[in-house]
Ligand binder design. Structure first.
Ligand code: NAD
Length: 497
């Protein structure tokens, strides 16, 4: 059985805890590896290695830091196929989608290569008589990245790309469900010439997360995962005096106005609801047809489109989506479907009981579609995170606008319409962090930044882009003067210029 330990100080090391978690092949249900659960002592070894590496790295000039990241980007590019296949084998998403996962991470590494330009400070000459003021952005030191199972390449790269480019060292704690790609990304960093110890990976669960939150030498925590854990990590980080950005769950709505191009809307919602088996925080699990007849026109096209979906193993190039990540996750999604029926939603397509011939023990779920979902239903209020699409009908634009705005989550939202004025008003007023206009999955490009509102994100600063740069640096402002003769009197009032 393949054992996955930790990656510390440039080496793969076996864990000492004796506690492990199984890594499954979601296509077959077989255990394919075991990952060790880290201990506070092992974390401390990783942090001490990072402290040492960071002290040197902070003095490396920005263009040299950029060159290391550029070499890394080229190496990750060259390993795209290997990484995508490894990612699919543990996560279950189809290989083409895994390539997208790696690519969206590479995008952020590319942005991070621009650090010489982006980390330049600000300077005001002559802010007072003979006085100049300048502000610089200093790295924080050692930071931690705690990541979820659903984007095991992209999200670690969002975090360590930005952290390392700005002069920090990073301790990465990946999901225990699919840690192989994060481990490989760290090996490649060293292979690309990255300093030893600057990127260490510690595997584990709550025990090691708590050790991260309490470690004095870790100055900031970047977290992505479910909302309750995100909130916990945010609160604990504050308690221990750490900066934190903690992204949580989501329930994104796709609003379809009566004038929308229905073919486009159906095609987009189909991919965004069922792609990656619905295991994306920017998936569209709720669709809101607005006005009379819109739901019927949507269903007329959506029902045959769902029937045409191909569910297959993650290496099947023709599959639209593969299995969900674990048997436990499959059971959880199935329970939500059972509950939605109990709550009175109309089941139009039932994905339970789907079996893929030859892969009967795989964690497959067919697509599920519910109509007449209402806002009082638990299955509407909570995140399901599976291939389940819920239709909530709205009579008016205002009603449709209120749905995502009043939901506990506020990650992403999409609106389909050809009316620019309506789209503009919707984008302006909706209480959600990322908005797509005729775009189903509006994950911002790397030079903007990613972040939801309400229970989808705790903390003020978004991931990547200039917000990411701010998260991983602290501002120092210097006010200087070089007088040619000493000032005669002491000033007892606050200086004003
Ligand atoms: P999760 O919350 O179970 O795990 C996330 C991380 O927290 C993992 O590293 C895990 O080991 C750790 N963890 C788990 N339980 C913990 C505990 N009790 N104490 C401390 N740490 C703990 O999330 P997941 O199932 O891996 O990922 C799916 C979730 O992530 C979904 O809710 C999804 O919406 C969300 N997500 C959000 C975004 C975003 O940017 N908003 C992006 C991707 C995924």
């Amino acid at each position: 059985m393949r054992k996955i330990g930790h990656f510390i100080d440039g080496k793969n090391i076996a864990g000492t805890s004796g506690r492990t978690a199984d890594i499954f092949n979601p296509n077959t249900g077989a255990v394919q590896a075991q990952v060790t659960m880290g201990t506070p002592d092992e974390l401390d070894i990783a942090v001490q290695s990072a402290v040492k590496a960071q002290a040197e790295w902070a003095n490396v000039n920005p263009q040299k830091r950029s060159r290391v990241l550029f070499a890394y980007k080229m190496l990750v590019d060259a390993h795209m196929d290997e990484l995508a296949e490894l990612l699919s084998s543990e996560h279950g998403k189809v290989v083409a989608d895994s390539r997208g996962d790696v690519m969206r991470g590479i995008d952020v590494i590319e942005f991070a290569c621009g650090v010489p330009q982006n980390q330049k400070g600000e300077h005001t000459m002559g802010a007072g008589p003979g006085i100049d003021v300048y502000s610089i952005r200093k790295p924080l030191g050692v930071v931690a990245a705690i990541t979820p199972f659903n984007f095991p390449a992209m999200i670690p790269m969002w975090m360590f790309g930005m952290a390392i480019s700005t002069g920090n060292a990073c301790i990465l704690k990946p999901s225990e469900k699919d840690p192989s790609v994060p481990m490989r990304l760290a090996e490649l960093f060293v292979e690309a010439g990255g300093p030893i110890g600057l990127l260490n990976v510690i595997n584990g669960d709550k025990e090691v997360v708590d050790a991260i939150l309490q470690h004095d030498d870790i100055k900031a925590v970047s977290f992505v995962g479910s909302s309750d854990i995100a909130h916990y990590v945010y609160q604990e980080s504050a308690k221990y005096g750490k900066r934190a950005q903690c992204m949580g769950g989501a329930k994104n709505h796709g609003i379809i106005l009566p004038d929308a191009d229905m073919d486009q809307a159906v095609q987009d919602v189909l991919g965004a609801a069922f792609g990656s088996a619905g295991e994306r925080c920017m998936a569209l699990p709720v669709v809101v047809p607005v006005g009379e007849g819109t739901a019927e026109r949507f269903l007329e096209k959506m029902l045959p489109a769902i029937e045409g979906l191909k569910i297959g193993i993650s290496t099947d190039p023709d599959a639209d989506y593969g299995p969900v990540v674990t048997a436990a996750h499959k059971a959880k999604v199935t329970e939500y479907i059972d509950l939605a029926i109990e709550e009175g939603a109309t089941l139009l397509v039932d994905g339970r009981g789907f079996e893929l011939q030859g892969y009967e023990d795989g964690y497959f779920l067919g697509p599920t579609l519910f109509d007449n979902v209402t806002t009082d239903m638990t299955t509407y209020k909570e995140e399901i995170f599976g291939p389940v699409l819920q239709i909530v009908r709205a009579d008016t634009f205002e009603e449709a606008l209120a749905l995502p705005s009043e939901h506990q989550y506020g990650n992403g939202v999409a609106i389909y319409t050809v009316n620019g004025r309506a789209a503009r008003e919707f984008a302006d007023r909706v209480e959600v962090g990322m908005v797509g206009i005729n775009v189903p999955i509006p994950v911002p490009v790397s030079y903007h930044s990613f972040g939801g509102w309400k229970r989808s994100a705790f903390g003020d600063i978004n991931q990547y882009g200039m917000e990411g740069l701010r998260f991983y640096t602290k501002t120092k402002t210097v006010t200087q003067r070089w007088p040619d003769k000493p000032t005669e009197d002491s000033a007892f009032i606050i200086p004003t210029f």
